[in-house]
Design a protein around this ligand. Structure first.
Ligand code: R5P
Length: 293
């Protein structure tokens, strides 16, 4: 019999205070189930509704990319500054310490290497393994307009179905082929298709003109890829402009791990994303941290 000694009989049901709906900070995500929302909270800082995803999955089709030859030495020291890590299950198991306690976005498509047709991908991780790895989302490449467009869209919808069964968000990664125009019209098309077909959020590239129409027309959060390495001030300016025009964060790789001072760069990017620090100020901050080192 439970010990009920000392239990009082007075209760306060706060009858004058209606229960508030706790709400949810991410665009278009209010109707998701609790587990899915909770996983997204491991990716997007709930205070700002934004994220700095550190992308290090390039090896899944490029092999040991510059800056990622020794992830244990170059990336692990950056983990404290990222909101989330995007990587493959191979790197996660072999190289990332299991004490890492932020979100992991698992690369879940693959197949072709840089030596063949990149759009010919398949699903490369099943949902059971993503759950076993305690992932916060899975990421799938979608090649709208590419040679294997339909296959890649089918990869995405199968992952969305599996993700919905288990409460796992799917990140749709829009891949732009060399022959395609990198403009707002294309990005609107590609991101909207990902959202319409069930992705919880979408990664795309920033475009100089009309990027705000891309974020406006996509009913779920958009994060931007960093793309090829640029001077640090340019990369910070791109991140700032994307945030001002409605992006919910960055999924940045080369502009961080190929920077002269990766730890300084990721901290500067984080201040742009979460504090809307202006690009020049963020660059000065980067320089200060770099010189301290
Ligand atoms: C493509 O290789 C991956 O999806 C990367 O995660 C993505 O392109 C972001 O990396 P980066 O900022 O280097 O473009």
């Amino acid at each position: 019999m439970a010990d009920t000694d000392g239990m009082t009989d007075s209760h306060d049901y706060y009858l004058d205070i209606p229960q508030k709906d706790p709400g949810y900070p991410l665009k278009g995500c209010h109707a998701l189930d609790w587990g899915m929302k909770n996983r997204l909270t491991n990716i997007f800082n709930p205070k700002t509704g934004r994220t700095v995803m550190l992308a290090v999955d390039h090896g899944y089709f490029m092999g040991p990319t510059t800056g990622l030859e020794r992830i244990d030495l170059t990336i692990n020291p950056l983990l404290p500054y990222a909101d989330t890590l995007m990587c493959t299950r191979g790197i996660l198991r072999s190289t990332i310490p299991a004490t890492f306690n932020k979100g992991v976005v698992l690369r879940a498509s693959g197949g072709p290497s840089i030596l063949s047709e990149l759009s010919d991908e398949r699903i490369a991780v099943n949902m059971e393994d993503a759950i076993r790895l305690n992932s916060s989302a899975v990421a799938v490449q979608v090649f709208i307009g590419g040679e294997f467009e339909t296959t890649s869209v089918h990869n995405m919808t199968r992952l969305v179905d599996a993700g919905n069964r288990y409460g796992m968000p799917v990140l749709g990664v829009t891949a732009v082929g060399k022959q395609m125009a990198r403009d707002a019209k294309y990005m609107r098309l590609a991101t909207r298709i990902c959202a319409e077909l069930g992705c919880s959020y979408v990664k795309t590239y920033y475009v100089e003109k009309d990027f705000e129409t891309v974020t406006a027309a996509c009913p779920v959060p958009i994060v931007i890829a960093g793309g090829k390495k640029q001077p640090e001030l340019d990369a910070l300016t791109m991140a700032y402009n994307a945030i001002q025009q409605g992006a919910a964060g960055v999924d940045m790789g080369r502009n961080i791990f190929q920077s002269d001072a990766p730890a300084a760069m990721i901290q500067a990017v984080s201040r742009v994303v979460h504090e809307e620090m202006k690009p020049q100020e963020a660059f000065d901050y980067y320089e200060t941290l770099k010189n301290e080192k």
